[in-house]
Design a protein around this ligand. Structure first.
Ligand SMILES: [Mn+2]
Length: 272
């Protein structure tokens, strides 16, 4: 008997897994609180979650056959090298197991650009369902093209994705003008797969999720968010990330919400 604990109660080798988890503790473009330890504290929150889901009668962490790869070793301050490592890691996971469902924990929102590069190569055109308080459509930030508030613009321009933005309540004047030119909508109506899901935890009101990089008042409540998430899970999801978790200790509300999002996606995705 091994009396040990892991992220999930039972883990599988990558080649046999249905779900693969990886962290990316990158926060070199963050302007607020550090989000470097997001993967650490969301994993700790996962350990505390009950795997059985009473609503469906499924022990979701067992059914999902998860594999935790650990964290991508980032190159602090160097996005080019870090992006290569993120893209290579996701690509290698998909080569080892083409049907595996990647879940990536950030880190700041720029990491989504690296993940998407591999997934677009694997699946072709993607629609990205993007929960966020912010548009993230700026072409650059202080002259720097690659930052946590520019990834969406570059994902559209360089990878050809479409964005469905939910929960946005903050935008620059430039971004507000850009949404008329870019393939960006704010409704799940007409959504078609394959779909990638990215959740910036600042989509929640700061009262529910205070530990995020850039909190923004007047956000979603958890019941509002999870009702939308359930709809998203009816579509063919090919991967997801949860970013901007600025937790700095165990069991903060934000990290607990991050873990709950993973559990519910695994429950609802399996039932679609
Ligand atoms: Mn945001």
């Amino acid at each position: 008997m091994l009396y040990t604990s892991r992220t999930f109660p039972l883990e599988y080798p990558l080649a046999e897994a249905d779900v693969v988890l990886a962290g990316v503790p990158w926060d070199s473009t963050e302007i607020g609180k550090s989000v470097k330890h997001g993967p650490l504290f969301i994993r700790e929150a996962l350990k505390g979650l009950e795997g059985f889901d009473p609503e469906t009668g499924v022990h979701v962490f067992a059914q999902a056959k998860p594999c935790d790869l650990g964290d991508v070793e980032v190159v602090p301050g160097n996005w080019g090298l870090t992006k290569e490592r993120i893209t290579d890691t996701v690509r290698a996971a998909l080569v080892a197991n083409p049907t595996v469902f990647p879940i990536v924990l950030g880190g700041d929102h720029l990491i989504t650009l690296g993940i998407l590069e591999s997934l677009v190569a694997a699946h072709g055109k993607l629609t990205v369902v993007h929960f966020d308080a912010h548009r993230d459509l700026s072409p650059d930030w202080l002259g720097e093209p690659y930052a946590h508030i520019t990834w969406g613009y570059h994902a559209i321009k360089s990878l050809g994705v479409r964005l469905v933005q939910l929960g946005v309540r903050s935008s620059t004047e430039e971004e507000h003008a850009l949404i008329r030119e870019l393939p960006v909508t704010s409704s799940l109506a007409g959504l078609e797969g394959p779909v990638y899901l990215t959740v910036d935890l600042d989509v929640f009101d700061p009262g529910f999720a205070p530990e995020v990089g850039t909190p923004e008042p007047l956000g979603m409540s958890p019941p509002e968010f999870f009702a939308l998430l359930r709809q998203v899970c009816q579509h063919r999801l090919v991967g997801m990330d949860i970013v901007e978790c600025a937790a700095d200790r165990v069991n903060t509300p934000t990290a607990l919400l991050g873990a709950q999002i993973i559990k519910k996606v695994l429950v609802w995705r399996g039932k679609r």
